[in-house]
Design a protein around this ligand. Structure first.
Ligand code: ZN
Length: 91
């Protein structure tokens, strides 16, 4: 499951972060303590820095579609991160 999630998301799932998923932790999108299950549609790879930020509670993450992450701020702004292409377009 870890290899699948990292291959699917390719990078840290926080907006603007390009750290490769292979160098990131795995975390539950909906926290396990809140009933989030350990399944591919509830796992994401934030880098260590952003994992700490995620748990600070400033942003509320959700994953409405596996691999598509929505980050909602406390005042309702939303940012979406999606997996990048597997091949560069200049190939
Ligand atoms: Zn990051």
């Amino acid at each position: 499951m870890a290899r699948f999630v990292r291959a699917r998301d390719r990078n840290c799932v926080l907006p603007g972060c390009s750290r490769p998923a292979r160098d990131c932790d795995l975390d539950h999108t909906k926290p396990h303590t809140d009933g989030g299950e350990t399944r591919v549609d509830n796992m994401d790879p934030p880098c260590r820095h952003h994992r700490r930020l995620k748990h600070a509670g400033t942003w509320t993450p959700s994953q409405p579609v596996p691999g598509h992450h929505v980050w909602t701020s406390q005042i309702g702004y939303q940012y979406i991160t999606e997996p990048g292409p597997y091949l560069d377009e200049q190939v």
